[in-house]
Design a protein around this ligand. Sequence first.
Ligand SMILES: *Cc1c(COP(=O)(O)O)cnc(C)c1O
Length: 457
Amino acid sequence: MNPISNTTEQWQQQDAEHHLHPFTDSKSLNAKGVHIITRGEGVYLWDSEGNKLLDAMAGLWCVNLGYGRSELVEAARLQMQELPYYNTFFQSTTMPATELSAALSEITPAGFNHAFFANSGSEANDTVVRMVRRYWDLKGCKNKKNIISRNNAYHGSTMAGASLGGMKYMHEQGELPIPGIVHIEQPYWYHLGGDLSPDEFGVKIAGELEVKIKELGPDNVAAFIGEPIQGAGGVIVPPDTYWPEIQRICEAYDILLIVDEVICGFGRTGNWFGSHTYDIKPDLMPMAKGMSSGYLPISAVMVHDRVARVLIDEGGEFNHGFTYSGHPVAAAVALANIEILKREKIVETVGSDTGPYLQKRLRELENHPLVGEVRGIGLVAAIELVKDKKSRTLFDPTGEVGTICRDHCTQNGLIMRATGDSMILSPPLIISREQIDELMVIVEKCLDKTAHDLAVS
Ligand SMILES: *Cc1c(COP(=O)(O)O)cnc(C)c1O
């Protein structure tokens, strides 16, 4: 069996017969036929039919350096030859794992000097749950166990990750959330703000944290977790007043603040971390995705000295870890990834040039009859499509119009994802102004096609 000689139909048939896809209705996918991606270069992908696509999602928010970076390939190849695997359990380490922990300390905010490695965002968040509960045990606060998260948050798909997340449709499958995880409302001004200004709404909605802490009793609350910008939930950018108020409440009630940097980390918002962009002072920072530009799976929890000192000085053995924690090949790739981001000043370019440019170009769409709101910062954005712009009335049901628009995009050479009726953009950080212009031409064309479909149906 030589896969090179297969046709698209043969691959689709094989996939339908044997492959169960994540977050996918297999029956409808199999009826339609899966899209087979075969090659990538820079911001572009090619499929098995030879179509070229501009990947405005950077894979799944992760291919920050773009496709085909030979230095990342070379870093992996060299490390595989030298030492493809060794663990970090047996009083041992490998050079890439140790060097990566130091490199991460350098680029994260002050006070973050320790990394715990895992292989995915979900595993990083599972680690966070274990770690904060362990921390409060060591501090003698045996009841500080509850973690407060938010509706529509995304923190992964393991039992703890999905529980921390606020996706109702995930909780419904599998008796989630697990005990000790509760949710408050999200800072989604466009949907929930009503007559309040964004700033008024930001303070009000952050106040739900204080109400929930009082309801549970501060002695029973371990931590609050949030993404700086909610990614998978629809690129929900909080009002400027939101994070300062969350920070104040966490400090007032002695609650740890976990900032999930899995999407915002490694330059996405125009600074190294979302915590820099929003001036948040977290205690723990789970990170993944852009950490290796998605070339290999790796994640980390960065632990602030406040927490690390307790775990190290008083903790004894922490009974947690993964076979592949600090995998040397993935770590070598992550190191090379950070080095390139630095050397090519990619984070600075996103912050001062391409990020503001994308945001400015996208805001031109606000005059389009379908576009209710454009939101985003750096190279992450959403275009929310609505039924009525003035009254902020959504389509009913939501999701159908977004899907129509997404399909037009794919057919016209652009990969954009729809979350409900929000069209999501998170392109590789190496995208140029010219490529942003190219992207905008397709977006405008597809919004018009979508509006046309709605008018005639
Ligand atoms: C993707 C994501 C995760 C989960 O990461 P996986 O690698 O898919 O397990 C966690 N948190 C956030 C904010 C994410 O976007």
